[in-house]
Ligand binder design. Structure first.
Ligand code: ZN
Length: 266
């Protein structure tokens, strides 16, 4: 990383801390005199969970059987099999206090919460990198919609990626990217992926170098945005290891999802 970017990151951090000093302290849950109360902090200090099985737009058809099939002594019923396009790790379900933390961070002018969220997400990045045997992955934030970014005056996912970079989780890779919004008149199939267009030299260089990247976002719902990012990044030549998000609209019920890495049923 060059010095100039280091410096701008430091300046941003100082500004965030200064704003934090003059604003009254309040946890997103409402508790006064504290930026993040111990109960809310505990929501971030959790083992990240795999959630991609809950994201409809991330499912890809892997097999279709007209009739029952026997394969290696196992009887597979007629039907279709799906597998997820990429692994997605989340800290928890989007609801309750975790939702309040996310909303305060992205819409409520509490950008300093990113500094608390980054260390919580770092283990999720490490897990994806480790599974893919990659050292020092690049971290790509999902681009905010232009309107949202202008309204907030800041790009919270880009800030989160910078904070992850400062903490040594990976290298921030801020690409020129814009989501396309005009989707009316398209079939449901096209609507499942939000198309994202990458631009600029950084994207071309990263693609040419075949960089291994982790996508970073705030909340995953159907996964259509992650699917769009995955398409854009792989289309440019990058290798997508997976995505990390703060919260997921749905998380797998206990026992449904088998973590292939640990062999544990979560
Ligand atoms: Zn709280």
């Amino acid at each position: 990383m060059d010095d100039r970017r280091d410096l701008s990151g430091t300046v941003r951090e100082v500004i965030a801390q200064t704003c934090a000093l003059v604003a009254p302290r309040r946890c997103p849950c409402g508790r006064e005199d504290v930026w993040l109360c111990p109960r809310c902090a505990a929501l971030l200090q959790v083992e990240p969970r795999r959630v991609e099985t809950c994201c409809d737009a991330l499912q890809v058809l892997t097999a279709a059987r007209v009739r029952e099939e026997r394969r290696g002594g196992i009887v597979l019923p007629a039907g279709v099999d799906h597998s997820a396009l990429l692994p997605v790790l989340a800290l928890g379900e989007y609801g309750g206090e975790l939702q309040k933390i996310v909303l305060a961070w992205k819409n409520g002018g509490m950008l300093h919460l990113g500094a608390r969220i980054a260390p919580a997400l770092a283990p999720a990045v490490a897990r994806l990198a480790e599974d893919a045997e990659v050292v020092d992955p690049s971290l790509v934030p999902v681009p905010s919609r232009r309107g949202a970014r202008l309204r907030r005056g800041e790009d919270h996912t880009a800030e989160l990626v910078r904070a992850l970079d400062r903490g040594g989780a990976g290298r921030a890779l801020l690409l020129g990217a814009r989501p396309t919004t005009a989707q009316e008149g398209q079939g449901s199939r096209q609507r499942r992926a939000r198309r994202i267009v990458l631009s600029g030299r950084r994207a071309r260089d990263a693609g040419r170098a075949g960089r291994s990247v982790v996508i970073v976002d705030d909340v995953v719902t159907t996964g259509s945005t992650l699917r769009g990012m995955h398409e854009a990044l792989t289309g440019a030549g990058m290798r997508v290891l997976g995505a990390v998000v703060v919260a997921s609209a749905r998380i797998p019920p206990p026992g449904e999802f088998r973590d292939e890495r640990s062999g544990n049923i979560e």
